[in-house]
Design a protein around this ligand. Structure first.
Ligand SMILES: C[S@@+](CC[C@H](N)C(=O)[O-])C[C@H]1O[C@@H](n2cnc3c(N)ncnc32)[C@H](O)[C@@H]1O
Length: 147
């Protein structure tokens, strides 16, 4: 998302939803975009496995994981996004924090999803986010990037 649109899109949901709808056309639409992470990994994980949706926003990309019965934690830096997530997806465990330094225990997730978020970080912070993913994943865990 271009930088001038980003703050507006976080403030006004219709802008966010419109930008997402248009930019997801190349992968077959919003619903398909939202399902890419879980479609890639669900057959590799146990039912009820612990999944982290890092930079979860209002939880739209966490929803398909919840629908499949995974225990999903969503982390985001924005309290506004997390309160929307609470309304839309009450089963999502919500954590406010930085993806570069998540306030979560080592080796506590079987899978981590980063959906439409990694591109927002400058190179140095992007490396910190990926290092954090390595710390949070259990041995043999999976990271899925949708971007
Ligand atoms: C483009 S949205 C994507 C939201 C969601 N993953 C999705 O697929 O719809 C990017 C999200 O990253 C969050 N974010 C940006 N910088 C962050 C950071 N340093 N730590 C945690 N979340 C961050 C924003 O608040 C926003 O909710």
């Amino acid at each position: 998302m271009t930088s001038f649109l980003r703050p507006l899109a976080y403030r006004y949901r219709w802008i966010y939803d419109t930008v997402t709808a248009v930019s997801s056309l190349s992968v077959g639409g919003v619903e398909h975009l939202r399902g890419l992470g879980v479609d890639a990994l669900h057959s590799r994980l146990q039912t009820g496995a612990a999944v982290l949706d890092l930079c979860c926003g209002s939880g739209e990309a966490a929803a398909p994981w919840l629908a499949k019965g995974f225990q999903v934690t969503g982390l985001d830096v924005s309290p506004l996004a997390l309160s929307l997530a609470a309304q839309r997806h009450p089963d999502l465990i919500r954590v406010e924090g930085l993806a570069e330094d998540p306030p979560l225990a080592d080796a506590s997730f079987d899978a981590i999803q980063l959906s439409v978020a990694l591109h927002e970080f400058p190179r140095r912070e992007r490396e910190q986010v990926l290092q954090a993913c390595l710390r949070l994943l259990r041995p043999g865990g999976w990271l899925v990037l949708v971007d």
